[in-house]
Design a protein around this ligand. Structure first.
Ligand SMILES: *Cc1c(COP(=O)(O)O)cnc(C)c1O
Length: 372
């Protein structure tokens, strides 16, 4: 049996017949940049996430960059984030000229450890970027509270967490900004790169709108320097067709997540993902286990040899990346991130997995542990 880590072809067949005529009419119009479909998507995603406003952008990475730019964050500023996340979170901070400051993770959730946050703040800190990793919200209340007392901006990296809920509220609309990615492997994926910035305050959307188009307002006048962060109309058409199906897909991921958690419970040397009590909806973007004592590489090879796709998210903690050596961290400074990078393994959790495939993944994994 073959079980890929992700298979988007089955999903495509669910909306292809309705989508293709809409793509054809957009092609006939030749109106590819922004336009009514992008505006419609912004409205619908804002409503879906409970945000005051939203702005479609070129990717999740650009969403982070433009949110930082909108707050004038750059040279001389520090931005605090998690040391265990996809590179783009910290890359965005460095790209605007600010200094990334890393906080270690809570080993149970892989999200920023709020108990270590305050110690990372300095008078130069301007913003905090909590990441909702693998589809589970970071512990936002203490973060928002600290940000309020210190007058800091909170930019939620919700790139893996559209629709996830923290104490009953959707993430992305709880901080000043929320960044979404529609990279194809996310729960809501485009046919290429796309992203969105959510805002708690509608007024912030207007500044983002100007920055998205080279800082131009009105036509050919530039009071600020922006960039080309525009969202393609073609991607908006695709996403508008997929959005009504998103909750069904996220529920199917949750069900797969629960299946694995039960099937793999109480296994020696294996830690299943933990769902925090504050998480009222985990969208299951990734199902990530931990394998202790150097077993991971053997297990991974065994799974792959048996036709099962799996991957390491993420093999190198950000404070250990070459490009961040100038920050002066030693690997052991953030021990939980370091440990996670050596233990994590993501299994297939996509919505269309069959019961047989899930059982095959779980039983093959248990078998591999006996041999590892
Ligand atoms: C995917 C992702 C991003 C970047 O999104 P892109 O659309 O690929 O640019 C940023 N942060 C996290 C946590 C992500 O998973």
């Amino acid at each position: 049996m073959q079980v890929p880590l992700l298979d988007l072809t089955q999903q495509y067949s669910q909306f292809k017949d309705e989508l293709l005529p809409d793509l054809a009419s957009l092609c006939a119009s030749q109106q590819f940049i922004l336009g009514p479909k992008v505006a419609e998507l912004e409205e619908k995603i804002a409503a879906y996430c409970g945000a005051a406003g939203a702005l479609g952008v070129s990717s999740g990475s650009d969403a982070l960059i433009v949110a930082l730019m909108a707050e004038g964050i750059g040279q001389g500023d520090e931005v605090v984030t998690s040391s265990y996340t996809f590179f783009a979170t910290a890359g965005a901070i460095a790209r605007v000229g600010a200094r990334p400051v890393f906080v270690d993770i809570d080993p149970r959730t892989f999200n920023l450890d709020v108990n270590k946050l305050e110690a990372a703040l300095t008078p130069r800190t301007k913003a905090i970027i909590p990441v909702h990793l693998f589809g589970q919200p970071a512990d936002l209340d203490p973060i928002l509270k600290l940000a309020e007392t210190r007058n800091l901006i909170v930019i939620e990296d919700a790139c893996q967490a559209i629709g996830a809920e923290y104490k009953g509220k959707r993430v992305g609309a709880l901080g000043d900004y929320g960044c979404l990615s529609f990279f194809p492997s996310k729960n809501l994926g485009a046919f290429g790169d796309a992203g969105m910035v959510l805002c708690r305050d509608q007024a912030k959307v207007e500044r983002l709108r100007i920055l998205r188009n080279h800082g131009m307002f009105p036509q050919y006048r530039h009071q600020i320097v922006g960039g080309n962060f525009r969202l393609d109309a073609l991607q908006a058409v695709v996403l508008l067709h997929k959005l009504p199906l998103l909750d069904g897909w996220s529920s199917a991921r949750q069900a797969n997540f629960t299946f694995y958690n039960e099937r793999l419970a109480n296994t020696d040397g294996l830690i299943t993902p933990w769902i925090a009590p504050e998480t009222t909806r985990h969208i299951g973007n990734q199902y990530v286990i931990r394998l202790a004592n150097g077993k991971r590489d053997k297990v991974m090879a065994y799974l792959k040899a048996n036709g099962i796709g799996c991957a390491i998210y993420y093999p190198i903690a950000l404070h250990c990346q070459e490009c961040f050596q100038y920050l002066g961290y030693r690997p052991e400074d953030l021990p939980e991130s370091l440990k996670a990078a050596s233990e994590t393994l993501a299994l297939p959790v996509y919505p269309e997995l069959t019961a047989e495939q899930k059982e095959y993944v779980a039983s093959t994994l248990l078998q591999s542990l006996k041999q590892a």
